[in-house]
Design a binder for this molecule. Sequence first.
Ligand code: EPS
Length: 404
Amino acid sequence: MRFLTAGESHGPALTGIIEGLPAGLVINKKYINQQLARRQGGYGRGKRMSIEKDSINFLSGVRFAKTTGSPLAMLLENKDWSNWEDTMSLFNKDEEEKGAMKENRRDIRYITAPRPGHADLPGGLKYLHRDLRNVLERASARETAMRVAVGAVASLFLEYFGIKVASFVNAIGSIKAAPVPPEWNSEQIIGARGSLFYSLDQEAETLMVEHIDYAKAEGSSLGGIFEVHAEGVPAGLGSHVHWDRRLDGRLTGALMSIPGIKGVEIGLGFEAAARQGSEAHDEIVLDEKGQISRANNRAGGLEGGITNGQTLVLRAAMKPIPTLRKPLASVDLATRSTCSASVERSDICAVPAASVVGEAVISWELARAFLDKFSGDSMEEIREKYHNYQLMVKKYLGEDHVKN
Ligand code: EPS
């Protein structure tokens, strides 16, 4: 299963195609739109979010609300496009100008002063773009809206097999929320969704609001940390046998691919480096029912690149958004003179939104790993393979006397 997205932040629309989805998956549009609305929320977002009201359109691959097995094509319109038709014209204006930037063209918003921390300069160097808008339009986190739609389809697939993925915010800048125990279940975590920062600590959120307001007044921005849990994941997804089959690499790679993410952890993460071995692992024990279990979940549900049946716990750190109203120093590439970096409309903080994207990318990678193991072209075929494997695992663990 794979997906592609296309679309610029201020172009007409974002598009996404998922190929390899099994037939027979029920597509719940309302659920997908709820996830899109969550991505638009969170305290600290900019004006763009009041322009857009993301709502998914399906173009193919679904019939009577069920997938057919053919590629699923989705479209998200950019309402803001009507304000950008000149600057982002697909043909007319650019063709007229033959690629040259004319200063007298005031209606076209060219960018030549790269923002430190954004893709502007490296993207300009790589593609030899003189107008850095060609870079930022695609580097913009607007693209993550389609990834949330794709991830929501993946989570509909996972929920069918009892797997739930949920996220929450545990820090905005230097303000930390109280830690959440690794055994917290998804229902408790989903309780974070209604709050300003999607965190589980209302007291910390009061301080987070002040922190954002201060950063805004300073013309600055803030990053933070979010956490993703996946519950009900069977043991045996991923593999230790080859580097690119290790699921921890795939999951963390997916999180790192979200714009602004600079660090990722699984389970204890960086803290494990400071602990002794005796304090860093999860002892294998027999629980009160006599079943093989684990004393805790420091590994975050992954050992040897394979899921071990415990809840997956991943964390990601997002840097502050690089667009600053009080901009950092830059050099204008058109004039080679020192200047202030360009200022675009932006967010002060998008960590709550990133937590929703995190949930989406983890759902996607888990659905892929699930299909790697229980591959099939229809939901029925996959369900049967999964069911058989569950019986085999019970037998392997000597629990086959337990009624299924
Ligand atoms: C975003 C859309 C963008 C930004 C933001 C995230 O819209 P616009 O550029 O029109 O304001 O609000 O993107 C960035 C901060 C960035 O650096 O790319 C979105 O839909 O998430």
